[in-house]
Design a protein around this ligand. Structure first.
Ligand SMILES: Nc1ncnc2c1ncn2[C@@H]1O[C@H](COP(=O)(O)OP(=O)(O)OP(=O)(O)O)[C@@H](O)[C@H]1O
Length: 565
């Protein structure tokens, strides 16, 4: 996804943030109430202090006379502290709940879109979006939204108190207050653009870092690690420049806010001072207004401080909105039930065009007969994986149709259809966890006996014996701790364990030694029993294990060979 730059995308970002306020409306209402109550208690607190000082200074009152005025003050301070704490806890809860909901939604969307539709996004960029991007939303909901409400409620409330006390001070507050939001809005537009740029740099840097880590071996071997590290360094420098621009803007706006707020307080103080001297205003009243004046500007200044939270959230919301609004594969109007038994699959003049000019399959017609092993063969780029991409529902056919027992593939609900498929991709992924955890992905309620049988079925008994804790052996991320061939054997056992009538194997013997390959090929008929098998194969031995061979060339079927006898 590109950085959110156009006005439409900026609007989508703001809409995205607003829509989510609704989901935390209740806790945020409580936050506003607690904060407003906390601010309201300031009035009796300062009122009592002003009265006590007035009596002490001008009426010579002793501690006995002042005691009833001062006694409630500590209780008011404690109560205000309690309310501040409560508002903070509630605000943090609201922020956390939005983050959780957005992360769940983004993760679900990524799963629903699948690898082909997500293809434009570098993994690092998506990772940054899920982690830092969602994190940036927190302060918007836990700080900015409450600050915005308080910036309206408290000044209005205080004006209602100050006007009856002294209309002149009321007018000064009323006139100077709008200058702060006005100035904020003026610099806001520039800050928004800078924040989006900063975010785009961060996503780019994430992508480069991930590539650097994933490709470390290749880069070291080609002596290119330094060049790549240099590229990361350059991007980090660009990120620093973008960040400094954001900070400069933040400091500039803070300076302006402080200036206007201080000016307002100073103006109020000077006018109160003159009128105190002239005897036009009582001391108690003047002092109370003077104590309240900074509190009048405080929520507005706080809003200015929290404004960068909005900018930061807007910087990532555009990308989150684009991801969450990306069109999902259309669900069938009248879903069909996918087959329970080995199906016959027909590709009927199927075309897959990933993007204009990027053709994976071109009017390809072939059949995978029910219960038999069909090999898709052909040179690299011929369209073999594209056929699998279509079967797995990661992309829809651009033209033509795939039928499963005569029913169009598009009439199945994707999840239900995928539940009927056992798949071993070219580079199978193993997750951090035990071997058993990885096997159970294929069949969640498989018991240890079934798992051992599955390992035996793919000729992996020797591997199982060599693992220090057998099925309970812990694996690192992406099967770290296993060789490529060992990881493939576990992925094959995972597919063997899955009770699915369609088995798709993408070059199953890749990275296996001769002995393991022979064991796997011996096990293949048992593995394939009762299933329709699609085998992508390059190696002659693997191709030989198939009963039918469909040769693809440049996305088209070049030949179909049937085993005789
Ligand atoms: N996600 C994608 N986006 C754009 N083009 C793609 C994508 N995946 C594959 N292609 C293109 O589609 C064509 C067929 O690729 P495919 O991966 O299906 O070939 P293959 O026969 O499986 O090759 P190999 O044996 O190397 O795996 C290629 O020209 C490839 O560049």
């Amino acid at each position: 996804m590109k950085p959110a730059e156009s006005p439409d995308e900026a609007k989508a970002a703001a809409g995205f943030l607003r829509r989510r306020v609704v989901s935390v409306r209740r806790p945020l209402a409580w936050v506003a109430l607690a904060q407003f109550a906390q601010a309201a208690l300031m009035i009796p607190q300062y009122g009592l202090l002003a009265a006590a000082l007035d009596r002490a200074l001008f009426a010579g009152a002793g501690l006995d006379a002042l005691w009833p005025l001062l006694a409630p003050v500590p209780a008011l301070i404690l109560l205000r502290a309690g309310l501040t704490w409560l508002a903070e806890v509630l605000a943090q809860g609201a922020g956390a709940s939005v983050r959780r909901a957005v992360r769940d939604a983004v993760a679900a969307r990524m799963l629903a879109l699948g690898p082909v539709r997500l293809g434009d996004d570098a993994a690092g960029g998506l990772g940054a979006l899920l982690v830092e991007g969602v994190e940036a939303l927190d302060a918007y909901y836990s700080r900015f939204v409450p600050a915005m409400r308080l910036a309206v409620l408290v000044p209005l409330g205080l004006l209602a108190v100050v006007f009856p006390l002294d209309w002149m001070s009321g007018v000064i507050l009323l006139v100077t207050a709008p200058l702060i939001p006005l100035f904020m809005a003026l610099i806001g537009a520039g800050a928004e653009r800078l924040n989006r740029r900063q975010w785009a740099q961060l996503a780019r840097m994430g992508g480069h870092f991930l590539e650097l880590i994933q490709g470390l071996t290749t880069l070291s071997l080609f002596n290119a690690a330094e060049a790549q590290a240099g590229a990361v360094g350059r991007i980090a420098e660009e990120y620093r420049v973008a960040t400094m621009a954001v900070l400069r803007m933040a400091f500039l706006s803070a300076l302006a806010l402080e200036f206007f707020a201080t000016l307002g307080v100073a103006l109020t103080a000077v006018l109160i001072g003159f009128r105190l001297l002239g005897g036009e205003l009582g001391f108690e009243r003047g002092l109370l207004i003077l104590l309240l004046a900074p509190e009048f500007y405080a929520p507005l200044r706080n809003l200015g401080v929290q404004y960068h939270a909005r900018m930061e959230a807007l910087g990532t919301a555009g990308r989150l909105a684009a991801l969450l609004d990306a069109p999902l594969p259309a669900a069938p109007a009248v879903p069909a039930v996918p087959p329970q038994r080995a199906p016959e699959i027909v590709f009927d003049r199927v075309r897959l065009e990933y993007a204009p000019g990027r053709v994976g399959l071109d009017a390809a017609s072939f059949t995978l007969p029910a219960g038999r092993i069909t090999a898709l063969v052909g040179p690299s780029g011929a369209g073999k994986s594209s056929a699998v991409t279509l079967l797995l529902g990661f992309a829809p056919a651009t033209a033509g149709e795939i039928r499963v027992d005569g029913v169009p593939l598009s009439s199945f609900v994707l999840d239900q259809w995928r539940a009927r498929i056992a798949w071993v991709p070219q580079r199978p992924h193993l997750f951090a966890g035990s071997v058993a955890d990885n096997l159970r992905l294929g069949c969640p309620d498989a018991d240890p006996d079934a798992m051992q049988a599955a390992m035996a079925a793919v000729g992996a008994e020797a591997l199982l014996e060599s693992l220090p804790a057998g099925l309970d052996t812990r694996l690192g991320e992406d099967g770290a701790g296993l060789s490529g061939g060992q990881a493939r054997l576990i992925a094959l056992a995972r597919a063997a364990l899955r009770p699915a009538p369609l088995l798709i194997l993408d070059e199953p013997a890749a990275s296996l030694d001769g002995e393991s390959e022979a064991a796997l090929l011996r096990a293949l008929p048992a593995l394939a029993a009762g299933r329709t098998v699609l085998l992508i194969a390059h190696r002659p031995a693997t191709i030989g294990a198939a009963e039918r061979r469909v040769r693809l060339e440049a996305g088209r079927v070049a030949a179909v060979e049937e085993e005789v006898g």
